[in-house]
Design a protein. Structure first.
Ligand code: PEP
Length: 250
């Protein structure tokens, strides 16, 4: 069976509750696709968007989770509550959280561990900043972030883990990197996984996607790469015409 191409829509903190429900309703109507489409609204909108999308085949993901199961952690959201909404995916370690909320590789690891224990599929974001790239540290950053996120984790048969390669300097810029560059980065990430898990586990349980200014024009240049299972889309997932163009050209 050929694997479906993943298209992950990260709505960030760009929409209110009603706007999220409205956009979800339009997705439900217009996003007809062979791709595996996952929508990630804010926590507040998660349950409502899940209800709107019910029966559409479009899947639901959260943008984050907390690293403890439950307890006195005011303002945080647990993996079990995320699951209750029907979400099956959770983005972990997005560069915006690493930057603005000081999420460390250790935090990313703890969140990934808990997400997996709850049978959620983590979408772990890794990627270099512009400075790191200028310093020639890109591969080092990818190896380090990937390794620290998943090292030592038990990956049961059937458990999926998605690694999203997102060059930080490209996110929201409107200018994606060259597909060959993404392909090389994905190879580095895959090699890191081979150092940690059996070849079978890497093949069966891990998928690598590209994120960073994906649009309807460039999406196919990424999804046609051999070692790429799909795309993570921010800005272009917020406008239905742009998203439909992505889905059409995937
Ligand atoms: C993102 O938010 O992860 C992202 C890839 O955003 P954009 O598509 O806008 O670059």
């Amino acid at each position: 069976m050929t694997e479906k191409i993943l298209v992950i829509a990260n709505w960030k903190m760009k929409l209110g509750l009603q706007e999220s429900k409205d956009l979800a309703a339009v997705y439900k109507k217009l996003v007809k696709s062979e791709a595996e489409v996952i929508v990630c609204p804010t926590f507040v909108s998660l349950d409502a968007v899940g209800k709107v999308l019910a029966g559409s085949g479009i899947k639901l993901g959260a943008q984050d989770c907390f690293w403890e199961k439950s307890g006195a952690f005011t303002g945080e959201v647990s993996v079990s509550e995320i699951k209750e909404t029907g979400a099956a995916f959770v983005i972990i370690g997005h560069s915006e959280r690493r930057k603005y909320l000081n999420e460390t590789d250790e935090i990313v690891h703890e969140k990934t561990k808990l997400a997996i224990s709850a049978a959620l599929t983590p979408i772990i974001c890794v990627g270099e900043t512009f400075d790191q790239r200028q310093q020639g540290a890109k591969d080092y950053v990818l190896i380090n972030q990937t390794t620290k996120a998943v090292e030592g984790l038990e990956i049961e048969a059937g458990q999926q883990v998605i690694i999203a390669y997102e060059p930080v300097w490209v996110i929201g810029s409107g200018q994606a990197i060259e597909p060959q560059e993404a392909e090389a980065a994905h190879q580095v990430i895959r090699q890191s996984l081979f150092d940690l898990f059996s070849a079978e586990t890497v093949k069966n349980n891990f998928r690598i996607v590209y994120g960073g200014s994906v649009d309807g024009q460039n999406v196919h240049t990424f999804t046609c790469l051999n070692n790429t299972s799909g795309v993570l889309v921010g800005g272009a997932s917020l406008t239905i015409n742009d998203f439909v163009a992505i889905i059409k050209n995937v």
